[in-house]
Design a binder for this molecule. Structure first.
Ligand code: NAD
Ligand code: ZN
Ligand code: ZN
Length: 384
């Protein structure tokens, strides 16, 4: 079959690889009908995570069940399914506590380098040996472990585009807001108007925010946030976000700040802004912007990915302001049924962020335009 694999930095290729087969009783094989490229795939594309060794890319995918292991009773051949990005057994301590990205039975590799304790970590599709070494769904077929737990059936009549983003980015945006436990009327500032940031903005309205502000440095993405999430927007390359938010909140700051950018924030732009706006030293990354934009006693949630050490962490500021912090990967299985309901009831639209649809064979080009922000690209869906 054809599948997308990482070859070297900035080079994804469509390779011919062996078809996947059932390995465990709870496996299913899915014939992929739609798959998307995620901002997390760009960490690999940019060569930040070397441990890819021939693994097929992709953790946002859906399709048709073509084979089931003998332990699978919930699905049958021909069912259409949408598949959460974390690989989780459903039975272990962590799965029972809705901590699906910490499942004990899906990844025998060990957690981050330099951790004090060696611990079993998360397993994801198409995301390096560190995360279990599973092949992903940017392919014609994919093996889905624990196929009787994660995948959800999609009724006929509901097009792929309507539900594809239940695999990752909508649950991830939802998680970022759910962690802040809104009571109603809050001012929520979301840093990043990429696919995850825009989904967080949509989620903020649904969960009761009174004011939602999207921040980015790409004018076209700010326009898309305005149009699809109905947010107010601030261009962080031109304006001092903290000052604007203070002005509109009686000098207090935002109730909630979300980091939906992660470690690859464009520092060059931030340096330029810092110089032109004479902002204080220390506002050089998105996390610092979150800590200074949020009000005292507020909440900062981080769904943008950080790896390894993060030096000069402003613990004094966080302590003084009495902030609450939550971060990590989204437990998709915990939220997916609720979110599926919102889609079916018409309470949220997810496909309005798709800017490009292409055949799988054009994956190398798709990665390039998504990474380089060419052709006003926000989200690409690939069809095998
Ligand atoms: P993306 O790269 O398309 O979006 C990032 C956005 O941040 C871009 O629009 C970019 O212009 C903007 N940006 C860059 N520097 C900035 C700055 N200094 N200030 C403001 N905005 C800036 O990616 P995405 O798909 O939206 O993903 C965003 C992040 O979320 C990535 O780190 C991704 O790995 C992560 N992610 C996490 C989870 C999870 O479970 N926690 C799930 C999916 C994705
Ligand atoms: Zn993702
Ligand atoms: Zn488990």
């Amino acid at each position: 079959m054809k599948a997308v694999r990482y070859h070297r930095p900035k080079s994804m290729q469509v390779d011919t690889v062996p078809d996947p087969g059932i390995q465990q009783d709870r496996d299913i094989i899915v014939k992929v009908t739609a798959t998307a490229i995620c901002g997390s795939d760009l960490h690999i594309y940019n060569g930040k995570i070397p441990e890819m060794e021939n693994i097929v890319m992709g953790h946002e995918f859906m399709g048709e069940v073509v084979e089931t292991g003998k332990g699978v009773r919930t699905l049958k051949k021909g069912d259409r399914v949408v598949v959460p990005f974390p690989i989780s057994c459903g039975n272990c301590f962590f799965c029972q506590h809705s901590l699906h990205t910490h499942c004990e039975n899906s990844n025998d590799n060990y957690g981050p380098e330099g951790g004090l304790v060696k611990e079993k970590g998360a397993a994801l599709f198409g995301y390096t040996n560190l995360y279990g070494g599973y092949d992903g769904g940017q392919a014609e077929y994919v093996r889905v472990p624990f196929g009787d737990f994660g995948p959800r059936k999609v009724p006929d009549g509901l097009a792929d585009d309507k539900v594809l983003f239940l695999t990752d980015i909508f649950p991830t945006g939802w998680t970022a807001i759910d962690w802040a436990k809104l009571k109603g009327g809050e001012t929520v500032v979301v840093f990043g108007c990429g696919p995850v940031g825009i989904m967080a903005q949509k989620a903020a309205w649904i969960q009761g925010a009174g004011r939602v502000i999207g921040v980015d440095i790409q004018p076209y993405r700010l326009e898309l946030a305005k149009r699809t999430a109905k947010s107010e927007v601030i261009n962080a390359a031109e304006q001092d976000v903290k000052e604007i938010v203070r002005d509109i909140t009686g000098g207090r700051g935002a109730d909630v700040c979300v980091d939906a950018v992660g470690m690859e924030a464009d520092r060059g732009v931030l340096e330029k802004v810092m110089n032109t706006l004479r902002m204080q030293a220390g506002s050089l990354n998105v996390l610092d912007m979150c800590f200074s934009t949020v009000r005292r006693g507020g909440v900062v949630t981080i769904v943008g990915v950080y790896g390894s050490y993060y030096n000069n962490f402003p613990l004094g500021q966080i302590f003084d302001k009495g902030l609450t912090l939550r971060m990590g990967q989204a437990p998709v299985q915990h939220y997916i049924d609720t979110l599926f309901g919102l889609v079916q009831e018409g309470k949220v639209t997810l496909d309005d962020i798709i800017t490009h649809r292409m055949p799988l064979s054009e994956a190398p080009h798709a990665y390039k335009i998504f990474n380089d922000k060419e052709d006003n690209c926000l989200k690409v869906v690939l069809q095998p």
